[in-house]
Design a protein around this ligand. Structure first.
Ligand code: UDP
Ligand code: MG
Length: 183
């Protein structure tokens, strides 16, 4: 049997410690995410240990900025989100803007990094850069989550926007589940 065509894509977004430390910026970035029609599939707030941060960024082993990046990423709470949308992976990276904030503030000032980034390291957000990376990164933070199962069971509610936002959890939940919980 052919697998049903996937309409929505999932990506892993991180709101980094610079953002989480500034509640009004956190709020503004969340509202940009919603305006751009992303849906919050799962969300977690946590503090990364330096060891876990190093593991997450292992592709950057040996780079000059790795130590700085690891100490920044483990310096305070972060929010991690599984986001859903059509073309979520490239679209999330597009609204984040280019990595290097000190250039981005001039070249793409309307992007998240252009608006709120502080330095090339403290650049607000992370976004997966490919389907393979998204799968690895979603698993890294949400080991209990199955991408395949989500597409089979939840995607249809998200695609037809039969979901509502639980603001406390920062998660969209299927309206079906909401009415089951009430009745
Ligand atoms: N980074 C840095 N200095 C650099 C390049 C990257 O501190 O010159 C940090 C920055 O926080 C960036 C992260 O390392 O977001 C990962 O780098 P990557 O090249 O993967 O950029 P991204 O995918 O986040 O745009
Ligand atoms: Mg990257």
């Amino acid at each position: 049997m052919m697998r049903a065509l996937r309409k929505l894509e999932l990506t892993l977004a991180i709101l980094k410690p610079d953002v989480v430390a500034q509640p009004h910026i956190l709020k503004e970035i969340r509202s940009v995410i919603l305006q751009q029609e992303f849906l919050f599939v799962r969300s977690k707030k946590l503090i990364l240990s330096p060891t876990r941060a190093k593991e997450f960024y292992k592709e950057h082993d040996g780079k000059f900025f790795l130590n700085r990046l690891v100490s920044f990423m483990s310096s305070g709470p972060i929010w991690t989100h599984i986001l859903a949308r059509e073309n979520a992976i490239p679209e999330w990276r597009r609204i984040m803007g280019p990595t290097k904030v000190l250039k981005t503030i001039h070249e793409a000032p309307e992007t998240i990094r252009g608006r709120f980034g502080l330095t090339d390291t403290r650049n607000c957000t992370h976004g997966s850069d490919s389907t393979e990376t998204a799968a690895r990164e979603i698993k890294f933070f949400f080991p209990e989550f199955s991408i395949g199962k989500w597409h089979d069971t939840e995607e249809t509610h998200f695609f037809s926007r039969q979901v509502s936002l639980d603001e406390d959890l920062c998660q969209h939940v299927s309206l079906q589940d909401v009415s089951d919980a009430i009745s």
